[in-house]
Design a protein around this ligand. Sequence first.
Ligand code: ATP
Ligand code: MG
Length: 561
Amino acid sequence: MEEVGTGLLDRLDAMQRVAASAPGGPLLIVAGPGTGKTRTLTHRIAYLCAELNVFPEQCLAITFTRRAAEELRHRLDGLLGPVAEDVTVGTFHSLGLAILRENAAAAGLPEGFRIADDAERAAARTEAGDDPARYTALLRKQDLVDLDELLTLPVALLKGDKKLVRDYRERWRWIFVDEYQDVDAVQYDLLRLLSPADGNLCAIGDPDQAIYSFRGADVGYFLRFSEDFTDARLVRLNRNYRSSAPILAAAVQAIAPSSLVRGRRLDPARLDPEAPLVGRYPAASVADEADFVVRTVDDLVGGLSHRSLDSGRIDGRSTSLSFSDIAVLYRTDAQAAPIVDALARANIPVQKRSHDRLRDRPGVLAIARELRHTDGSTGGLPARVRAAGQVLAERFAAPTLDAAGTVRPEDVRTAVDLLTPLARRCGDDLELFLSQLATGAEVDALDPRAEAVTLLTLHAAKGLEFPVVFLVGVEDGLLPLRWPGSTPDDDAIAEERRLFFVGLTRAQDRLYVSHAARRVRHGTERDCRPSPFLDVVDPGLFERFGEAEPRRPKDRQLRLI
Ligand code: ATP
Ligand code: MG
């Protein structure tokens, strides 16, 4: 294989380099967890711009969440410097919004249209009853569009206007999509319109991490990429840099029965013969499970930090751990409370990440409305947010005016704090700020540097990595999740197994799975069995805790894939 591009591609391995430096045309990168997808994608963009004279403004990089888009932008800045600003980076929704802004009249929208907020949507829905046509008309009367329309309107517009399609294809000659396994039908339509079958479309993802079918995502688009795009080139990344060999072996065995990747392989880049096995704790109850987490966290952080002899190195990594190295993952939000309580009782700091939308916090919408109605304001957005907060705090503090009684002055002050980071990112652009709020900007509750144990649902943990991971509630009924009176079909079970795979592969050095023998679900305490997903994992990969004395298996030989 020819060695290409010294310098820029030096930090990639051989296959990552093949992917990053592949010539134009459709390119599908099938890559498992921890194989460096984001690294490869950003290096490809940087390589094309720096070495092949592609203009950054001809590049469009699309992801699914704002967080992921910000991460891409940040990494491109690091690789390309200031010209990275010319690369268009965004989510599908922000791309749709940009297209509508540029073509408002053609799309039948007024210049100053905006995205309806929840209250406006609910009001229109109530008034329209069951009549979807009427619903849209009510929104339009107020110059509003629905969130879904940020995708459906551009698709309709482009379908009816060949010249517009040509213009956009001319502008963005190179398109990159991260997490392609999660595209849905409308997003796919938009992508096809922007990128011809023989275009420079680079899609990257992992079908075995497709976990959003409940939102309409269809992994089928990933699987039939080479039918959709002429002469597509396929590159596989199999080398996992994240997880220790036992963790990776367990994960690969766990996904095997549902794997969508023919000949799925994940080769551990880390080969430490001393790497701990996967801890397994059969808890008697939910409280016992929470205690196990607390005890183990305490041991890992307290124990290691007090015993300097132990803070050696594993695979070149320091083994001294802090709370921020640890995550607790679970299938449903309801599982968090007992764990949070137990950690808090032991004075262990925690931060919980949920899909908290900024606009759902008290006071946020009031500030957004206030901003919209003070025209002609000067100063940057953060200052305007503060000023609006001031006005509202005073208004809500006046007893006679506190009619609704729902928003308190202290809520407004908290809302100002929550909105300030977003306001800072949007500079002077009020329209951008309001549209980001409407398209679901999240509360930045997760601080990777915070000295706290992180609690996350499996869905929220996608794409992240932690030195230590606890996966709790690995029980039949929770993983796979089952509602009373319903039996999940094969597709649903497969998706649950992929979610389990996502969870296992977040761990770098230590992974613990636990299951309780009894748990209250849907109001009733029930007996629980361990998840059937555990049955396909070689028992030799587990170290069982919690039986009289923790027993260490004598034979620590691993059977790797
Ligand atoms: P996921 O599917 O879970 O999102 P991913 O494929 O996006 O995983 P990354 O998060 O990009 O994987 O990379 C996983 C880890 O491996 C990161 O810590 C990254 O820095 C490291 N890594 C990736 N490629 C290399 C490499 N060539 N050399 C050393 N470390 C690497
Ligand atoms: Mg990733």
